[in-house]
Design a protein around this ligand. Structure first.
Ligand code: NAG
Ligand code: NAG
Ligand code: NAG
Length: 625
């Protein structure tokens, strides 16, 4: 029985491989050797499917090849610590040989001994492969989720060359570079998650479930704001023609052998069958389709996480009824979803699953999807541990420079390269504006837009404002000074012509405005008997005798004229001044005295006959009464 099943599974796999001319693509990044001189070059290496690759970043270090335990299959003894062994305080890249045990165990042992990264040298000349996690479930692998160092497989020849250099001995310095590990063409990242509703497949299913739960919040924010376009995918096999009526295909497939999934417990006699998994996968795919059509694709994350919690296989709730409860509680259109699932017993194609099978075949640089779960970002397969931080880092590295959402620029996710030396970009210290823009992969020097004013220039040495700066930005670049508690500014809001010294000052308005000495220049306070005293930005003027200085009009009037004549006359004076104001300041200044007299005369004449004598009398009475 067991052999029969195994044979069947292999047969299915072979058929799929043959029929699709499948191709497994190894995701590579580059390993740069920076010393010794004769090894200086950039080499390809394959990112391991565990640990934490630094998507979007780089890691520099020195290589160390252990004297014993060179395959790192045993843990390194306590007295061996690689943390500070490299000299020069560089992080240690531990070089180990392939073979004898799982890649993951090597990485775990290296990490516990203080290595910052692990390089596994291939033991045969061959194209690079992807180092994966063990398939089986075992308590021995409980360290898997704890691997946090990045790992890379290097070719046998590079491994040998590094070992030779180390023997000499020479220091081998390397730089792992993930900045170009993913394409980053535009301001939206497209990503896919090839997943499975099966929740009983050991550590892989657990890590998938945890990832979905942890990443849901971030995924939904990114999707709602249009930063990403996410699509879930489901792998199915199909049953070879000759086996369609076999017991195996009947329990693993739906739609007459068209869409199959392996039995969750690999035991046909108990628990759920492969076909139950296919149906739930189909329901999830349909949920996404319907949610996407209603403009809310992010609801899928709610559905799959709720389904995993509410309908686990363990509690025998992995069924249609439970799924429908979840769908209803999310307010999705159950009829549409059921319609999409269709009749799974019918001998006909299901358009959704058919499309999934077609998508499985690799196109372009992506390669076939054969590892479950697999995350594909910008059409490249993601490698590394499926956890929130690592995946977010990878997604963030998929945005074109400067278009990444703020969530990518949070502390801990990346470093701010503008902090140090302003990233080497242009900066105006007095305006406190800079051309340095921190991005996920590093920084760019780009002349900024400050409060709506665009700056132009190369961004490195030179940026220039395209128009006048607003006054609240370093006073628009204009002169400003405070003396004796008084502040004057040469910035006028909405100033199109630039800076202009305020009244009482003269100068270019940018670097300086000088106080005008009104007294010295006889610009004001020139009335007879007046005492003029210059102040900063203005002047003081005192009239002689019993006269009061009216600053607005640079003139003196009698104090008693105000108190004696009373409000009626005040109005007359004010009216007179207003009329004079319209006539022009200079003219007014020249004419003020006679004008007042004649006005008053004219008004008084309406009430009493006046002659020249009488006018004098009026004046006299003003003065004496
Ligand atoms: C892995 O990490 C968790 C939490 O940090 C810890 O409880 C667990 O013991 C670790 N497992 C191993 C094998 O070190
Ligand atoms: C989801 O909807 C968007 C926009 O309506 C569309 O471009 C995209 O192709 C849809 N995805 C799927 C898998 O149907
Ligand atoms: C310059 O501006 C930044 C924020 O734009 C602020 O954090 C910093 O304190 C400012 N520096 C000075 C000297 O005003």
């Amino acid at each position: 029985m067991r052999e029969g099943r195994l044979g069947f599974v292999i047969c299915v796999l072979l058929l799929i491989c043959e029929s699709t001319l499948g191709r497994f693509v190894v995701e590579k990044n580059s390993l740069r050797v920076t010393s010794p001189q004769n090894l200086k070059d950039t080499y390809e290496c394959a990112i391991g499917n565990f640990g934490v690759p630094q998507y979007g970043g780089t890691l520099a270090g020195a290589v160390l090849y252990p004297k014993a335990n060179q395959r790192a299959c045993r843990s390194f003894s306590d007295d061996v610590s690689f943390k500070f062994k490299s000299g020069a305080g560089l992080p240690v890249f531990l070089l180990v040989d392939r073979g004898d045990c799982y890649f993951t165990l090597k990485a775990w042992n290296a990490q516990r001994a203080g290595a910052a990264a692990i390089l596994v040298a291939d033991d045969r000349p061959e194209p690079l492969i992807t180092m994966d996690t063990p398939e089986e479930e075992s308590a021995r692998f409980n360290y898997l989720q704890n691997i946090s160092i990045p790992s890379a497989l290097i070719s046998q020849s590079l491994g040998e060359a590094i070992k030779r250099a180390l023997e000499k001995p020479e220091m081998v310095k390397v730089n792992l570079d993930w900045r170009e590990a993913l394409p980053h063409p535009d301001d939206r990242v497209e990503y896919e998650f090839w997943t499975n509703s099966n929740d009983e497949c050991g550590p892989k299913c657990d890590s998938q479930k945890n990832f979905l739960k942890d990443f849901k919040g971030v995924a939904q924010i990114l999707e709602k704001k249009g930063y990403t376009q996410f699509t879930p995918h489901y792998i199915t096999w199909y049953c070879p023609e000759a086996f369609i009526l076999s017991k195996q295909c009947k329990s693993q497939c739906i739609n007459h052998g068209r869409y199959c999934a392996p039995d969750p417990e690999e035991d046909f006699a108990r628990g759920y069958d492969g076909k139950d998994v296919v149906i739930q996968n189909l329901r999830q795919a349909c949920f996404f389709k319907v949610a996407n059509e209603s403009g809310k694709p992010w609801l899928w994350w709610d559905y799959v996480t709720d389904f995993a919690i509410r309908c686990p296989m363990k509690e025998e709730k992995y069924n249609k009824e439970c799924a429908e409860e979840v769908i209803k509680s999310l307010g999705a259109d159950l009829n549409k979803i059921n319609e999409c699932v269709g009749d799974t017993k019918a001998d006909k194609e299901n358009p959704v699953l058919k499309a999934e099978q077609e998508a499985q075949i690799g196109k372009g640089p992506r390669g076939d999807v054969t590892i479950l779960p697999t995350l594909i970002i910008n059409n490249r397969q993601f490698r590394g541990k499926l956890d929130k931080g690592t995946v977010l880092k990878a997604i963030c590295s998929g945005f074109e420079e400067t278009t990444e959402p703020v969530i990518c620029l949070r502390e801990g996710i990346e470093t701010n390269e503008c902090m140090e030396n302003n990233g080497g970009c242009w900066m105006d210290k007095t305006l406190n504006i800079t051309a340095c823009r921190d991005t996920f992969r590093g920084r760019v020097c780009q002349c900024p837009i400050v409060q709506g004013v665009k700056f132009f220039g190369d961004g490195y040495k030179h940026c220039e404002a395209s128009g006048a700066l607003p006054c609240d930005l370093n006073n628009g670049g204009c002169w400003k000074d405070t003396q004796q508690g008084r502040t004057y500014s040469a910035c006028i809001d909405d100033h199109k012509e630039g800076c202009k010294c305020p009244p009482g000052f003269r100068g270019d308005g940018v670097k300086n405005c000088e106080d005008i000495d009104e007294c010295e220049e006889k610009a004001a306070c020139q009335c007879p008997n007046c005492k003029c005293k210059n102040t900063w930005g203005s002047y003081d003027c005192k009239c002689g005798g019993n006269m009061l200085y009216i600053r607005e009009h640079d003139t003196c009037i009698s104090k008693d004229a105000i108190s004696g004549v009373g409000w009626g006359f005040m109005w007359v004076i004010i009216l007179g001044m207003a009329v004079a104001g319209v006539a022009g300041y200079a003219f007014y200044k020249y004419r003020i005295r006679t004008y007042m007299d004649s006005e008053i005369r004219a008004i008084m004449a309406q009430y009493m006959p006046l002659d020249n004598q009488a006018e004098v009398a009026v004046h006299a009475s003003h003065g004496n009464v």
